[in-house]
Design a protein around this ligand. Structure first.
Ligand SMILES: [Zn+2]
Length: 207
């Protein structure tokens, strides 16, 4: 007699099969969590509808040394490199950081306000930290990014689109023009747009 294959039972809750939860309290399941003290509450009623893309490396052009993680957790040794003198004492953070190898880190819950945008204005609203998600890509302003970084980024954006009313994705250079240049011309906006299948209106006009 042929054995009958039984489907694996799904975990049930109130009789409804449930997939593993992608998000828990604003923390993403597939990110490595490292809590930053640099965050605050979002204003009441904030509509989180903007994703801001940044680039960062410390010192610029040096990757994989853990400096970004230390900066976002106030653990960076300002004496360790002459470049660090110029950013000495900065208390900053972003929600996410994607390394050159495509690894994903999270520092602040998406429900909270991270400190990545600074003075900024986009889609007629200022103080973009209030209602945006910040994603830092390990890299240099104007330089290219790795294919695995785009893969991680598009997966993360797709997961954010599931839970937040994201209507815009822009660079730091677009929300703080003249003051910031990251991620710069090396970032492939059309690649991100195609991978997310979002309309061009969701992206900066100049791209
Ligand atoms: Zn930036």
């Amino acid at each position: 007699m042929k054995p009958v294959m039984q489907p694996m039972p799904m975990p049930e809750h109130n009789g409804i099969a449930r997939a593993p939860t992608l998000w828990q309290g604003g923390w993403y399941r597939y990110a490595r969590a490292l809590t930053s003290p640099n965050f605050g509450a979002r204003p009441t009623g904030a509509q989180i509808d903007l994703i801001v893309i940044h680039s960062i490396s410390l010192p610029p052009g040096e990757f994989g040394n853990g400096s970004v993680q230390r900066l976002f957790t106030n653990q960076l040794d300002w004496e360790a490199h002459p470049y660090f003198q110029g950013i000495r004492g900065q208390q900053v953070s972003s929600h996410f950081f994607i390394t050159r190898l495509g690894a994903l880190w999270q520092f602040v819950a998406c429900s909270d306000r991270a400190w990545h945008a600074g003075q900024s204005c986009y889609r007629g609203r200022s103080n973009c930290n209030d209602d945006s998600i910040g994603i830092e890509l390990e890299g240099i302003e104007g330089g290219p990014f790795e294919a695995c970084q785009y893969e991680t980024l598009s997966g993360l954006c797709a997961a954010l689109l599931q839970v937040y009313p994201i209507a815009h994705i822009a660079g730091h250079e677009h929300i703080a023009p003249g003051r910031k240049q990251d991620p710069g011309p090396g970032f492939d906006w059309s690649l991100l747009q195609r991978s997310l299948a979002l309309p061009p209106q969701c992206f900066p006009v100049s791209n």
